[in-house]
Design a protein around this ligand. Structure first.
Ligand SMILES: CC(C)(O)[C@@H](O)C(=O)O
Ligand SMILES: [Mg+2]
Length: 598
């Protein structure tokens, strides 16, 4: 391999470096995405720490799509397929150059799951470190009213509301996203980064420490040191417990899902966790998630489900504090370990600030506060909270005795309308519509749905059905954030249901039921719904039903198949070759919308 060594020498590798572990640093820096715009120096910091610890860092970049910017137009078709592209590109770089270990510098929606899929596919020692969440915003409105706790969705739904003036919409838009970082609520990016922390593949505090805070530097440095330590343990001491598949075991998946359900995370987490499980060759299905959702209560309501933001979750002790509450209630599996701790006991003893003996490092980390100064750079502020939020009764993170609801924040529904299952974020559903019966208004694309909602075609009590937006049908399973935000903005958020084979943003709340499987393009019953059909939703009993006799559905199916099959009736959409390649292989959402290649 003299040729390979000669080329590595030309790339800056020293003769003394040969024999040290080569660590690939997959950095997702891009100036397009606020969650990633500050990551350029981060890759260098991680690399310097790897070098210092005795490894050979080799940094490369992945793509990153900003769902919020791609939202509401054809760009959104690329979002979910980009996940699988990212997984492939990490695999390509690691395997092509025979890297021994991996650090994943991720942040937004598809990047963390794409990298998670790659880590579980490659199964080399891996540490995840993300870019951290955005701070909340504050706007002074034209009449002098101060609105704080603003976030991306405030701008989106206020823009559709007749009650907010154009001037105030402008002020809210300017203030909603004040810093770099992943959007400040419990949206998909933060949900996935919290989940990766709970899986044990990231360091404590990774999911909640703000992007702007100087405290993140220590996380980046520790990620670099840790991966080298893991590589030594695996390659020199034959310790296979450090590998991603040993850490992200079935028990760890259960714990991560329990954390997610307790926080009412984005419904996308279900899709991504199923995809990650397939990469790990774990038999982890929607049924397992259903089981957790019945056992785990909702302990925390972050935007869009409630008024808190990620900065508040951090002040309350972050992910270890929520896991501590779940553990005290006997809801976590003990047979897990992480990249940083040999057992759940050691992990929580050191990092749970509510658990009795947190380390001084943990106490210091969770005091990291927002700077409240506009900034697009990492380490631009080092504000501290004066005290932590340890109120388990009414604070941001509650104990199980004071849970928002005994049932968790996510649920899986089944019935003739979705035989393979669909998902709903119950944490964001008003109690008054946990059960719902209403007539269907059938729309064959997201665009048509937006027109129908803004044009007044959708009335209170309707069940808005948006179909042919699944993984294959869209293709790419777009997020229906605008339809849900517009329903809210039009005052219909608590009186309408929305049912789709597409998916939602983490910013979506309301009776929004997605991932309907099988999707319309795969011949699911959702393709047979007609305007005015009655749809019956019963979240407490986990069911969703189309109240149309079986014989009528069979007739409709025969008619549809005779007319050419499962295709949208009205649609003018340009679908590129790249997207058609994904569509040709994509499985339904209940299988994680992954590509099946035989
Ligand atoms: C733009 C958002 C809010 O980040 C969305 O993409 C999500 O899924 O949460
Ligand atoms: Mg998204």
């Amino acid at each position: 391999m003299a040729g390979a060594r000669a080329l590595l020498r030309a790339a800056g590798v020293d003769r003394n470096d040969f024999g040290k572990p080569i660590v690939a640093v997959a950095n997702s820096f891009t100036e397009f995405v606020p969650g990633h715009t500050h990551l350029q120096p981060v890759g260098r910091i991680v690399s310097a720490a790897i070098k210092e610890a005795g490894g050979v860092p080799r940094e490369f970049n992945t793509i990153a799509v900003d769902d919020g910017i791609a939202m509401g137009h054809g760009g959104m078709l690329y979002s979910l397929p980009s996940r699988d592209l990212i997984a492939d590109s990490v695999e390509y770089m690691v395997n092509a150059h025979c890297a021994d270990a991996l650090v994943c510098v991720s942040n937004c929606d598809k990047i963390t799951p794409g990298m998670l899929m790659a880590a579980l596919r490659l199964n080399v020692p891996t540490v995840f470190v993300s870019g951290g969440p955005m701070e909340g915003g504050t706007a002074t409105l034209a009449d002098g009213t101060v609105r704080d706790g603003l976030h991306l969705i405030s701008a989106m739904s206020d823009a559709a509301s007749d009650a907010v003036t154009d001037e105030d919409i402008g002020r809210i838009e300017e203030a909603a996203c004040p810093t770099c970082g992943s959007c400040s609520g419990m949206y998909t990016a933060n949900s996935m980064n919290c989940l990766t922390e709970a899986l044990g593949l990231a360091l404590p505090g990774n999911g909640t420490t703000l992007a702007t805070h100087t405290a993140r530097r220590a996380l980046y440095e520790a990620a670099g040191r840790t991966v080298v330590e893991l590589a030594h343990r695996y390659y020199e001491q034959d310790d296979a417990t450090v590998l991603p598949r040993a850490i992200a075991s079935r028990a760890a998946f259960d714990n991560a899902m329990s954390l997610d359900i307790a926080m009412g995370g984005s419904t996308n987490t279900i899709l991504h966790l199923l995809a990650a499980a397939r990469e790990a060759e774990l038999d982890y299905t929607l049924r397992d998630i259903e089981d957790r959702s019945r056992a785990v209560p909702c302990l925390c309501k972050v935007a869009p489900n409630g008024r808190y933001l990620m900065e508040d979750v951090h002040r309350a002790g972050g992910i270890p504090a929520i896991m501590g509450e779940l553990h005290r209630a006997g809801l976590l599996r003990e047979d897990v370990h992480t990249v940083h701790a040999g057992s759940l006991g050691e992990w929580l003893k050191t990092w749970d600030v509510r658990g009795g003996s947190p380390s001084p490092e943990a106490l210091e980390l969770f005091h990291a506060a927002p700077g409240r100064v506009r900034s697009a750079t990492a380490f631009s502020q080092s504000k501290r909270w004066e005290d932590l939020d340890l109120d388990a009764e009414n604070g941001c993170v509650r104990d199980t005795a004071h849970a928002y609801s005994a049932d968790g924040g996510l649920a899986v529904l089944r019935g003739n309308l979705s035989e393979d299952g669909c998902v709903v974020k119950t944490a964001g559903v008003d109690e008054s519509i946990l059960t719902f019966t209403g007539p269907a208004v059938v729309l064959e694309s997201q665009e048509e749905a937006v027109e129908a909602i803004l044009g007044g075609r959708v009335q209170a009590g309707d069940a808005v059905v948006i179909r042919y937006e699944g993984p294959r049908g869209g293709p790419g399973m777009q997020e229906m954030l605008y339809p849900t935000a517009y329903l809210k903005g039009r005052g219909l958020g608590k009186s309408c249901a929305l049912v789709t084979d597409g998916r939602f943003s983490g910013g979506t709340s309301g009776l929004s039921i997605g991932h309907v499987s099988p999707e319309a393009a795969a011949g699911g019953v959702i393709a047979l719904v007609e305007d005015g059909d009655t749809i019956v939703i019963d979240i407490p009993n986990r069911s969703i039903r189309l109240d149309v006799p079986r014989a009528v559905l069979a007739e409709r199916r025969a008619r549809l198949e005779a007319a050419g099959g499962y295709r949208p009736g009205r649609r003018d959409r340009v679908v590129s070759t790249a997207l058609r390649a994904y569509a040709s292989m994509a499985l339904s959402a209940d299988k994680g919308a992954v590509r099946e290649v035989n």
